[in-house]
Design a protein around this ligand. Structure first.
Ligand SMILES: [Zn+2]
Length: 144
């Protein structure tokens, strides 16, 4: 069982880190491994989630945050009611903290061949487009 999907990596340095993860057999988003592979600044931590900057933010994103579940899970059915509630608490906090006028919030789940996730551990993405930048282009995501 592999915790990363190389086919969904976007950058060469990301591929190099993922190759290391693949060889280690670690899940890079499980709490005991997170600090080893993730160097984005942690903004907030609750009982169930860690809110952090994505270390590989999308081009044309003003803010690209990751919300990483603090226990290993891959399907939505594994989320507790408490974790579900805390999820939106963090997202509301981020909306206020960054004074967001609009953005995208999504979570890939289940098998990575379908979800397009690079890491097979529940995590959500919070993206605010950098609309005011002169060279702005819409930020796009794919699934499947
Ligand atoms: Zn995990």
């Amino acid at each position: 069982m592999s915790y990363v999907n190389m086919g969904n990596a976007r950058f060469d340095d990301q591929k190099a880190v993922m190759q290391k993860i693949l060889e280690s057999g670690d899940c890079p988003f499980c709490p005991e491994n997170l600090a080893k592979y993730h160097h984005g600044k942690v903004l907030r931590e609750g009982n169930s989630w860690i809110l952090t900057f994505n270390q590989w933010p999308r081009e044309h994103a003003k803010y690209h945050l990751l919300l990483i579940l603090k226990e290993h899970a891959v399907s939505l059915a594994e989320l507790s009611q408490e974790a579900s509630n805390e999820f939106f608490d963090h997202m509301r906090w981020a909306e206020r903290r960054f004074m967001v006028r609009g953005g995208l919030l999504f979570m890939r789940f289940g098998e990575t061949e379908y979800s397009g996730a690079s890491v097979n551990h529940l995590h959500a993405q919070f993206i605010v487009p950098d609309k005011e930048a002169p060279n702005f282009e819409p930020v796009r995501f794919k699934v499947g």
